[in-house]
Design a binder for this molecule. Structure first.
Ligand SMILES: [Zn+2]
Length: 504
């Protein structure tokens, strides 16, 4: 009887302990964090995290867990928009930034697109804190924009870039701008090809002032050189930092491709500098987005995705080092806006076998590989050889090598041959491709997509979509207010929790 009651009381202690861990906002009695870091892995669901950890384990990293997996509190949440179950970065980012759900494509406005919504960055500024917005994609992209802009559509890049300097926030850092010179629909197609630099050189279009000039008039300094960035120091304020060498769509190059850039500035570098310039006695709020996890997942490129998650981890490490110096004043959360790609460990062709070490053989992103295929196409006009392309695939993915786990099967070769014909000889406009073609390749280069798919399957991975999924996503937290991020909730609760803590 005595043993029985001891067990019961132990159980009660255990139950109350675990219940105490999950704290609602109405029950929170803790302090207000002075330093708040909100890391967002765009498109980073459970699978992107667990695949990266499986990869780290398979390749013998000393600590195979991602640093945020060791945080004390973890939750997960739904991500739907008001008008669609499968959300995207604008509605997802707005929910995280404002605590309010909205419709797809809306940036910082309500679902009817009529009412601006206060976001956590503005609230932090009202409370005297400094604000930093950091991303690996263009600064006017949907996720960062959700933290400073109020626009009816994420495509209003020019208006968003004007909102950026209107915010008066202290530190913007990341890629460049897509349309600082104003709106012109005809330019839309060229955005992705417009490599490097902050934006177009055109100063004025249709009488609109260049939004970078507007930013300067509003007191911002624009820094887009390697030395200029590294020379920034404590006390520097109203900064717009754009990495000196940009990749497609004004983004920072993929982690896997960084060796190809001699002036590479990483997300971790931008985060470190953010701490330097933002640190002050009233504290700061900093949002840091790993924006290209989403992009590599759209491309169904598993190895590049892993490297992007690791780039985000390095940035989190910088914040974690800061946390260790200010544990009683700092909150770090690592979360996501949605999952991309419907990534899973396990594939129809590999069954229950897997070997994630194979992913080490890929040495360029899908995007660089696509360029390599394009260059081959230009050099060998009308004299394309399937064998040449197979050699390029072997060189950059290790596929087809003596390593029997990467050898081509007849089925692989058939798919690659079909893709080769589509990539090399099909001049048909994408829109006219049939459903089968779109299911196979999306709107992407057939050889590149098929190579990424075959490569992933060899490792034991598969993708269900070239778009986003409605899968729930995780959040991890450490520091002041961490207990609010424990349990199962909605993406808007992330924003509500952050705003609640800032208001305390
Ligand atoms: Zn996306």
């Amino acid at each position: 009887m005595k043993t029985y009651s001891i067990i019961i009381s132990m159980l009660i202690v255990l139950i109350t302990q675990s219940a105490a861990q999950s704290v609602k906002r109405s029950e929170y009695e803790g302090a207000k964090p002075k330093y708040v870091f909100c890391f967002i892995g765009d498109g980073m669901g459970f699978s992107q995290i667990s695949l990266t950890e499986r990869y780290l384990k398979a390749t013998d990293r000393k600590e195979p867990k991602l640093n945020w997996s060791e945080f004390p509190y973890h939750g997960y949440y739904t991500t739907h928009a008001t008008n669609r179950v499968i959300t995207a970065s604008a509605a997802g980012g707005t929910a995280l930034a404002t605590g309010e759900k909205t419709s797809v494509n809306s940036i910082g406005v309500d679902a009817s697109k009529t009412k601006p919504l206060l976001n956590v960055s503005e609230l932090s500024q009202q409370h005297g804190m400094k604000v930093g917005i950091v991303t690996s994609v263009s600064l006017d992209n949907a996720t960062p924009a959700s933290f400073y802009a109020h626009q009816t559509s994420r495509s209003k890049y020019y208006e968003i870039s004007l909102d950026l300097s209107k915010s008066g926030f202290n530190y913007f850092a990341g890629g460049g701008f897509k349309r600082p010179e104003g709106n012109d629909k005809k330019d839309e197609k060229n955005i992705d090809r417009n490599m490097g630099g902050l934006g177009s050189d055109k100063k004025v279009k249709g009488g609109q002032p260049n939004s970078l000039d507007v930013a300067k008039q509003r007191g911002y300094s624009i820094i887009n050189t390697y030395d200029g960035f590294h020379n920034l120091k404590k006390g520097d304020d109203k900064l717009i930092v754009s990495a000196p060498q940009l990749a497609h769509a004004k983004s920072i190059a993929y982690g896997i491709d960084q060796g190809r850039y001699n002036e590479y500035i990483s997300l971790a570098d931008l985060t470190q500098k953010g701490i330097e310039v933002l640190d002050n006695k009233k504290g700061f709020f900093m949002m840091v987005e790993g924006g290209k996890i989403d992009w590599s997942c759209h491309a169904n490129d598993a190895a590049t995705t892993i490297k992007e998650v690791l780039e985000l981890e390095k940035a989190v490490e910088v914040a974690f080092d800061f946390y260790k110096k200010h544990p009683k004043e700092t909150l770090i959360i690592v979360c996501a806006d949605h999952e991309t790609g419907g990534l899973s460990m396990g594939s129809t062709t590999s069954g229950m076998a897997s070997d994630f070490t194979l992913l080490q053989h890929q040495n360029v992103s899908y995007n660089e590989f696509k360029k390599i295929i394009q260059a081959y196409k230009e050099e060998h006009k009308d004299n394309y050889k399937f064998e040449d392309v197979l050699q390029l695939i072997t060189k950059h993915f290790g596929l087809g090598e003596a390593n029997k786990n990467l050898a081509f099967t007849d089925y692989d070769l058939k798919r690659l041959k079909d893709a080769f014909i589509s990539s090399m000889f099909s001049e048909v406009k994408q829109e006219s491709h049939d459903d089968h073609y779109r299911a196979l390749y999306g709107y992407r280069d057939p050889i590149t997509v098929t190579t990424c798919h075959i490569f992933a399957e060899k490792a034991g991975i598969d993708w269900t979509t070239f778009a986003h999924s409605a899968n729930d996503v995780p959040v991890s937290a450490i520091g002041v207010g961490e207990e609010l991020f424990n349990g199962y909730f909605d993406n808007s609760d992330i924003g509500k929790n952050l705003m609640f803590l800032i208001k305390k």
